[in-house]
Design a protein. Structure first.
Length: 719
């Protein structure tokens, strides 16, 4: 009988030292966590008891001496555990997270608040040898990180900070676990085929497969719809059953508001207050002030200026877009009235039809009608919708297209390696090679929704990039996790254009990680300020509607015929369809985020009421009192974007400005791409992001490229 060995405690012995997912057992995590904490403490004791004068080499980067990964254990196990907690969790993992979170938070506080360690780092900060720009950045970040972590507080302040941060970490974890459980708990089960009216074949087939996967007796015919995007979105877009659309909409937009243990309302209120208290304890007026000190935006004034400028520029167009939707609804109502009148001997119906007034439908535009009538309007204006394009976006072809784009721009290639362990059969692992043929990175892609996986899409790492003391460039292992349309029994995975954009977005993040080429891991890849991190991802989205790119991979999955030029032209023409409405939606989220984290006093209000007031300047439709975004707003409650959601729009200004350079020189221009790689993608957080951007662009960005891309004309204000 072979004795199991904890894989975290020995060399991985896998291709490129990738995580041995196939050998990890649940019990391995806790053992590795505790041993990792012990080793961390050992290193700290070694550092603070070093009799030599504190220097950059023996205090700031002494962990680099760890050639065999001895002191890297806690980072390794934490990375794997918390990545899987989002991508492939279960009740046992959730319970272990609840157990380990306070232990890990306490340890992090022990490090940040260790007075002897801080004194050594402070001494180096004040007196050090001549440093390179990257060394200076690491030193400044290390010192500032401890100061912002409470190192200058007195003992009472430090103890208070411990209490606040430990409670906040537990509540963030609980928020995420509640949201996952609530989202996965809801299903819409249909057994009457008539209720599938309007739904495309792909959605019906996927729902039938979902029904079979959850039914013990598969002899009964039925269809199951969930709140996962590939199920929810087509239903809301195509279903003619307004009552069922309403049911789905209300289910999705009331998660974690119900009277059960997954309710997040009080958790959100407490998180807002905890973060305010932490910021004020550290000497800031608000949590936003604390966060924005290390952001490109610098302060709340600049954030609000951006959001308000976008409202001023986009709201008039958004109002016109909404009026068009209302008109589409009125047309349908009149049509239904006429149809009713011609098939019923009913004076009231005839009169209604004659007066062009709706009889059988309420002409009010409800939130659950937006996607449905947007689709109708898009068909009327451009004769295009997602289902027309699906046959041309078969997943394997899309993968080829995205990889091909990276090759065309940067010369890199991808080769699937089935010897690299993965954590689920859906996951594919690739070796990535640079244009000179040298090994560059490992790339994992996790494509489809499943029970233990959070909704949405994200990029993460299992290993960062750095250069060790021997000069070896340790290459990264990056991963993108998405919830794209699954294959069915009849068809392969056929994506929407929106899903292609999602893939490109996350792939842009992965390029930021894969091209990392810095000395220190904490400064490499996506370790940049939050309002800069979305530039590489949103930049890649631009290619989704470029003819030259679409022609490289968009072929019909059955016939092999390329996506017709006519359809491509319609895609290009429709790229700004409802763009102003989409912009205001993002701005509304930014306003909500800032409203919470600019609180100076204890927040005691009602979350649902506060939310509707906070973002009303950017809202152009009806707000339902029962719905709530805050309780499912993972970005600002549990995902690191607190007081930073504006970053998506901030980075959108950057990405539009950057892509304008490519448009001018050619969207596949390798010289421009190399300049983007050298100055943005490979430099991580080694310098101020605006310095990096100006080095690529030759100047600071303006909002004009974004307005031009979206077809928005500034409104001239009357004197």
């Amino acid at each position: 009988m072979t004795t199991h060995k904890n894989p975290f405690l020995e060399p991985y012995n896998t291709p490129h030292d990738t995580v041995p997912f196939d050998r990890i057992r649940l019990e391995d995590y806790e053992e590795a966590f505790m041993e990792g904490i012990r080793r961390d403490n050992e290193l700290i004791e070694k550092t603070i008891n070093n009799p030599e004068r504190p220097t950059f080499d023996n205090t700031i980067i002494n962990k680099d001496e760890d050639e065999d990964g001895y002191y890297d254990l806690l980072s390794r196990v934490s990375t794997v555990f918390f990545n899987l907690l989002s991508a492939e969790t279960n009740d046992e993992m959730d319970a272990l997270a609840q157990k380990m979170q306070p232990i890990l938070t306490k340890h992090a506080n022990d490090v940040r608040l260790n007075p002897k360690l801080f004194e050594r780092i402070k001494a180096v900060h004040l007196h050090h040898r001549k440093l390179t720009a990257e060394e200076k950045k690491l030193l400044d970040d290390t010192y500032e990180g401890l100061v912002r972590g409470g190192a200058l507080l007195d003992e009472a302040g430090k103890e208070k900070l411990r209490q606040l941060t430990e409670e906040a970490s537990m509540l963030s974890l609980q928020f995420s676990q509640n949201l996952l459980k609530e989202n996965k708990a809801y299903t819409l089960r249909i057994t009457d085929k008539a209720q599938l009216d309007g739904l495309p074949e792909t959605a019906v087939e996927a729902a039938a497969l979902a029904w079979k996967e959850t039914q013990h007796d598969t002899t009964d015919e039925g269809w199951l719809f969930t709140l996962d995007y590939p199920s929810y979105s087509p239903f809301m877009t195509y279903s003619t059953q307004q009552d069922l659309r309403k049911q789905m909409y209300m289910a999705r937009n009331t998660v974690c508001t119900h009277d059960n243990k997954e309710n997040n309302l009080e958790i959100c209120k407490r998180l807002v207050n905890l973060r305010r208290e932490i910021a004020q304890l550290l000497g800031y007026k608000t949590y936003a002030d604390y966060v924005l000190k290390h952001r490109m935006a610098s302060n709340t004034r600049n954030v609000y200026k951006l959001l308000n400028d976008l409202i001023d520029a986009y709201k008039p167009t958004a109002m016109k877009e909404r009026e068009e939707l209302k008109q589409a609804l009125r047309v349908e109502c009149r049509t239904k009235s006429v149809e009713y009148a011609t098939t019923h001997d009913n004076a009231q119906a005839t009169t209604a039809a004659a007066n062009s007034k709706p009889y059988t439908l309420n002409s009010k535009l409800y939130p659950w009608d937006i996607a449905f009538y947007s689709h109708k309007l898009q068909m009327k204006k451009y004769n295009i919708d997602a289902e027309m394009l699906r046959p041309y976006f078969e997943l394997s072809r899309v993968i080829d297209g995205v990889f091909g784009l990276a090759h065309r721009l940067y010369g890199i290639t991808f080769k699937e390696n089935k010897d690299i362990p993965v954590y689920h059969p859906d996951v594919k692992a690739y070796e990535v090679f640079d244009k000179d043929g040298s090994y560059l990175a490992v790339f994992y892609a996790d494509f489809h929704p499943r029970k233990g996986k959070q909704s949405g899409a994200w990029m993460t790492e299992y290993q960062g990039q750095w250069i060790d003391r021997k000069g070896e460039n340790v290459r990264p292992h990056v991963s993108v996790v998405m919830n794209l349309t699954k294959p069915t029994e009849e068809k392969p995975a056929l994506l929407t254009l929106g899903e292609v954009e999602t893939f490109l977005h996350e792939f842009g993040h992965s390029l930021h990680g894969m091209f990392a080429n810095t000395r220190f891991e904490s400064l490499s890849g996506t370790n940049v300020w939050w309002d800069f991190v979305e530039l590489p991802s949103q930049f890649m989205e631009n290619y989704a509607v470029e003819k030259e790119f679409l022609r490289t991979f968009a072929f019909h999955y059955q016939t092999g015929e390329p996506l017709p030029d006519e359809l491509i032209n319609r895609i290009v023409k429709s790229r700004n369809f409802m763009a102003a409405t989409a912009c205001l939606r993002q701005v509304s989220f930014g306003l909500l985020d800032m409203a919470y984290y600019t609180q100076k006093d204890k927040f005691t209000g009602d979350i649902m009421t506060f939310e509707k007031e906070a973002w009303k300047k950017a809202i152009i439709g009806e707000q339902l009192k029962e719905t709530c975004m805050t309780v499912q707003f993972s970005h600002i409650m549990a995902g690191g974007y607190a007081a930073g959601y504006y970053s998506y729009k901030w980075a959108e200004v950057l990405d539009a400005d950057a892509f304008a350079v490519f448009k001018r020189h050619g969207i596949f221009n390798q010289e421009t791409a190399q300049k983007f790689r050298d100055n943005i993608l490979s430099r991580g957080g080694t310098e101020h992001p605006m310095t990096l951007y100006k080095r690529f662009r030759g100047g600071e960005p303006t909002i004009e490229a974004l307005l031009k891309r979206n077809g928005i004309k500034r409104q001239t204000k009357k004197a």
